[in-house]
Design a binder for this molecule. Structure first.
Ligand code: Q46
Ligand code: ZN
Ligand code: ZN
Length: 320
């Protein structure tokens, strides 16, 4: 097995590129593919304040590392979800990565700062764990970017993630989500620009990138992910990819090229964006279209039945 670039001994095959790579050229491939994505979708510019959401897993540490290697200045944000040892360990990986490189890592913790954790809070609020978790992450990431005056919020979503979400949205023809399933969402209504520069790399690529770069990351999967439909969509796509290398890439990128704009919100002729009425949440100040944002509603329901630990600050209650 020889590297496609230098003909030296290869350490990895990348079947969708029908090529093998040595360590040096695989790492370069990952950086080049990320840089290409950033450029193609105008994701980031030099001198911008960039925040990356860091979980301690392979994707978020890989994208933080790649962005630094590409010359961007990037701070990290870690949110403690309270999922037992899984969260404790993931925090250690994120903190170690930042400390070893002298990078800034902001942290928040759901239990400490909002009075609930994902397992207990989702039960109390009668929501699936991933639903409560996803809502909490979106809110806290947005808030960290907004309050920290960051220009862009980066997440480590990769090709497997985006293809699985696309498959779920297509299976159920969730057209309103299809219209927003883009690797970059412009800043609007007080929300930061959101970008996913890893959409050309797979989970296998980011794991190999971390291994070859010597980046320690949390290998364990989330213990309460069972029932998350995206896991079965990923498995189905992996079966297809095994027989047709490149199918996953084609599914996602041809959607972006040929179909995504058919689901975009209609624009008025003068080019101005159609915007939903937005006012600040009366509890936390986040932009929202109701009196209280979805996260504050979740917090209220979740904390009603969750004992608050010493030192935790419960937020002011708002009448519904
Ligand atoms: S952390 Fe949270 Fe994931 Fe665990 S509870 Fe679901 S969404 S699976 S990326
Ligand atoms: Zn090589
Ligand atoms: Zn709120």
């Amino acid at each position: 097995m020889k590297c496609r670039v230098c003909r030296g001994p290869a350490v990895i095959d990348v079947r969708r590129h029908n090529a093998n790579f040595c360590k040096q050229h695989f790492l370069r491939l990952c950086r080049d593919q990320t840089a290409k994505t950033i450029k193609q979708f105008s994701m980031l510019s030099e001198g911008e304040r960039i925040l990356v959401a860091v979980s301690g897993g392979k994707d978020s540490l890989a994208i933080w590392d790649i962005l630094i290697e590409l010359g961007y200045e990037v701070d990290g944000f870690y949110l403690g979800l309270g999922i037992g040892d899984y969260s404790d360990t993931s925090a250690e990986y994120a903190q170690r990565f930042a400390k070893e490189r002298g990078l800034t890592l902001h942290t928040k913790d759901l239990l400490r700062d909002h009075g609930f954790d994902v397992p207990n809070g989702s039960r109390a609020a009668k929501r699936a764990p991933c639903s409560a978790c996803g809502l909490s992450k979106r809110h806290c990431f947005d808030e960290a970017a907004r309050l920290g005056a960051y220009d862009a919020l980066v997440t480590g979503h990769n090709l497997d993630d985006e293809a699985a979400v696309l498959m779920g949205n297509v299976l159920h023809w969730q057209t309103e989500y299809l219209g927003r399933q883009l690797p970059v969402l412009a800043a609007q209504h007080g929300f930061p620009r959101k970008v996913k520069p890893l959409v050309r790399l797979t989970e296998r690529d980011t794991a190999a990138y971390c291994l070859l770069r010597g980046l320690d990351y949390l290998v364990d999967e989330c213990p309460i992910a069972a029932g998350n439909k995206h896991l079965s969509y990923k498995a189905a796509l992996n079966d297809i990819e095994r027989d047709s290398p490149g199918a996953k890439h084609a599914f996602y990128f041809r959607f972006l090229d040929q179909a995504a704009d058919r689901f975009a919100t209609a624009q008025p002729e003068d080019g101005a964006e159609v915007v939903a009425p937005v006012s600040p949440c009366t509890n936390c100040g986040a932009p929202c279209s109701n009196e209280v944002c979805a996260f504050c509603s979740l917090t209220m329901r979740a904390t009603e039945a969750v004992p608050i630990e010493m030192g935790a600050t419960r937020r002011r209650k708002v009448s519904p």
